[in-house]
Ligand binder design. Structure first.
Ligand SMILES: Nc1ncnc2c1ncn2[C@@H]1O[C@H](COP(=O)(O)OP(=O)(O)OP(=O)(O)O)[C@@H](O)[C@H]1O
Length: 225
């Protein structure tokens, strides 16, 4: 697929021909310099943006034929998003932040179950300001997984964290991948994180310059950056 952004006279080629097929239950890590197209691809996979040419599928459905309404349903029912900043509501507790999502989902986990999965059982009644950055990110992950999405799209999930705290976030993602078989795409600038992936895609100038398969994967606890 390709993606061209036009602002006035200026055309920016964000994706110049990317072909990617993620297998169910795999962790894909996307690496590459700033501006190489990683976020653009993630946004298209999440139904937040559309390609300029080419098609995007989820299972046997073609997203690129979806109406806005269908895209909204796709995002709500199938995709969990994690960003560098946690976007929690400051006036709600961890439990309440997660419950906001479970209230509008078809087959959600209980908020406490999702928070337990990310190791925050003892923090469920804390407000975001009472939690560390890594804990806040894990609340964001609990919120994303509580609706049991098939796909998790993570844009720099550890970008604001040191490696010690970031590891807890990676352990949470890895546990979800193993226990719920959630397919994951993780954008990162921390090259060490590629060791936890099944496959690694290196972006350059809107293309996948290199794709590698990890024959052996590292445990999140051994990763550093
Ligand atoms: N909404 C937009 N309008 C115009 N140009 C855009 C838009 N979004 C992205 N771009 C441009 O497309 C190119 C690819 O951007 P993208 O955010 O996908 O890169 P990236 O690899 O994710 O970078 P980073 O690691 O800095 O997030 C960049 O040149 C960027 O400026």
């Amino acid at each position: 697929m390709t993606k061209v952004y036009r602002t006035g006279e200026v055309e920016v080629y964000a994706l110049r021909g990317v072909d990617l097929d993620l297998a169910e239950g795999e962790i894909a890590v996307l690496l590459g310099p700033s501006g190489s197209g990683k976020s653009t691809l993630l946004n298209i996979m999440g139904g937040l943006d559309t390609p300029s040419s080419g098609t995007m599928h989820f299972r046997d459905e073609e997203l690129t034929r979806f109406s806005e309404r269908q895209l909204t349903a796709y995002r709500r029912d199938h995709v969990g998003f994690i960003f560098q900043f946690y976007n929690l509501i400051p006036s709600l507790t961890a439990w309440e932040n997660v419950a906001l999502v479970t209230e509008i989902s078809a087959h959600p986990m209980k908020p406490e179950e999702a928070l337990e999965m990310v190791g925050l059982k003892d923090r469920i009644h804390h407000f975001p300001a009472q939690l560390s950055g890594g804990e806040q990110q894990r609340v964001a992950i609990a919120r994303a997984i509580a609706k049991r999405p098939e796909v998790m799209l993570c844009d720099e999930p550890t970008g604001a964290l040191d490696s010690k705290t970031g590891i807890l976030v990676l352990e949470a993602l890895s546990r979800i991948n193993e226990e719920l078989n959630t397919t994951m795409a993780i954008i990162t600038h921390n090259a060490g994180i590629q060791q936890i992936a099944h496959r690694v895609f290196s972006f350059r100038d809107g293309r996948i310059a290199e794709a590698t398969v990890n024959e052996t994967r590292a445990k999140p606890s051994t990763v550093t950056w």
